[in-house]
Design a protein around this ligand. Sequence first.
Ligand code: FAD
Length: 544
Amino acid sequence: MDNKPDSSERREFLRQTGLGTALLLTGISSLSACKATRSMSHIQGGMVGANYQAGHRLRSVAELMKLPVQETVTTDVLIVGGGVAGLSARRWLAQQGVRDVLLLEMAAQTGGNAAYGQNTVSAYPFGAHYLPIPDLRNQELVRFLKDINAITGFTYDGLPLYNDYYLCHDPEERLYINGFWQEGLVPETGVPEDDKKQIKAFFALVDQYKQAKGSDGLDAFMIPLDRSSADSQFRDLDKIAFTQFLNNHKFTSPYLRWYLNYCCRDDYGATLDTTSAWAGIHYFASRKGRAANAKDSDILTWPEGNGFLTDKLRGQSHSPIRQNILVYELRPNNQGVLVHACDVVSNQTIVIQARKVIVATPQFITRHLLPERPQGSGFRYAPWVVANLTISGLPQGRGLPLCWDNVLYNTSSVGYITANHQDLRDSLTKVVTYYKPLTDQDPDTARRMAYNTSYEEWLTQVLDELEIAHPSLRDYVSQADIWVWGHGMIAPSPGFIWGSERQLAQQPIDNNLFFAHSDLSGISIFEEAFDQGIRAASQVVSTL
Ligand SMILES: Cc1cc2nc3c(=O)[nH]c(=O)nc-3n(C[C@H](O)[C@H](O)[C@H](O)COP(=O)(O)OP(=O)(O)OC[C@H]3O[C@@H](n4cnc5c(N)ncnc54)[C@H](O)[C@@H]3O)c2cc1C
């Protein structure tokens, strides 16, 4: 959920359609004959989510070792984990002609944190939901987007043409502040002049960072972030918290600070105090996408969110994938790596002898698979709660009608997106996806609290908050599914990105075990996971 400047003239036919639907939805909601009730008993749904119980079985590997062996298989390359990084590694291996590849995924579906659901109204994301248009120097990502028709062609001067159905349609973003839905997420309505000046000065400063190059000639801020300059004048920003950076520059405006805190929570599941200044600036200064029909701040999105991308990634290789298989031990031997995994449906063990293994799991899992490997303590994960609400209307107050991204000022969530915003059908029923990073407590406490909170308690919290801007919303909700991400995303705490831990965690073991995951970048976005997969797969190819 990124900050966008004013809407452009592009995609006019889509804009008209989307806006028309939004207005109709708003109008109908106030006229609806739906019976008003404060009860939630009419709402179907429940807690859904990643199979964390399967993951928790890694806490007692000794028990798993007692399971009977179902089968023994061999493979040249085994990939553990079918998130973006694992699927990207699999795609890359296929493109390099490596045929004997097997991917094992613990969950019932691939996609990892880009999971999604579907009902009769729409598909909807439970995690990742957008991709900013990439920098053209990220050639592999551009190539992938071309392969899946997200880029439909290039102009004579090399600028990509993005698929209009995937570029986020207007209207994109609105903020509910001072009782009014304003356009864009940077506070404006009712904001004093002094604050506005600071907001302007902040954006002027990050624009300088966007253009800046280090003494090595590299851009100060790049995606993938390992391509950024090593110049200490920039990297040293990683040593301080974003709050300190703002203090140093005398950015005191509460509106600016609210906005920047929102950005840290939205992208990193962290706050101004727990995000490194380098990461905080990277959010703004690294987006350098160029296109013939889009601005550098434009994004691609789909009803199922980035599940669209992971399904396409999956389709780019024919090598086998086995789901519901929890890998629980990786033991290097003289033929490569001996792997033990549990089929969580039959509750039996599968033994795999692999020449090479790509471990595409998060570090909090990897440490169970390789307990003797030294573990860094800097890998901190933000818990998140995501709720998908199917609604028959959306009562709202003054201001801009429903957008793709809708944020409520000074609330505990980062707002909601409209899952079927890209859908051109004129439907009154919608699915909205509400996102809440749990940043009020330390991650361990918040995680425990999240798992111990009931469906009814979460639903009440979500609806109470949304009813600030949408009175009586609960009367219009027919289905609500709630997903808790205990370890939603790696948090770029001060010192983590340019410290030694993530670099060490990337190091292969004996040229047989290789590592790929967005954790190893220190920030959790599609582009980093995609790149981590290619990096690890290239290392494998060079050793085969
Ligand atoms: C709420 C939320 C919203 C987000 N929004 C965005 C967004 O809008 N845009 C964006 O770019 N990014 C977003 N992200 C981040 C994005 O989802 C991730 O960066 C990316 O999907 C991570 O991919 P990955 O492969 O690195 O890791 P993961 O998604 O963690 O994949 C790891 C995979 O390994 C599997 N696995 C784990 N242990 C085992 C085991 N022992 N055996 C077998 N399999 C195992 C897991 O089930 C999983 O499928 C969001 C994340 C969250 C939580």
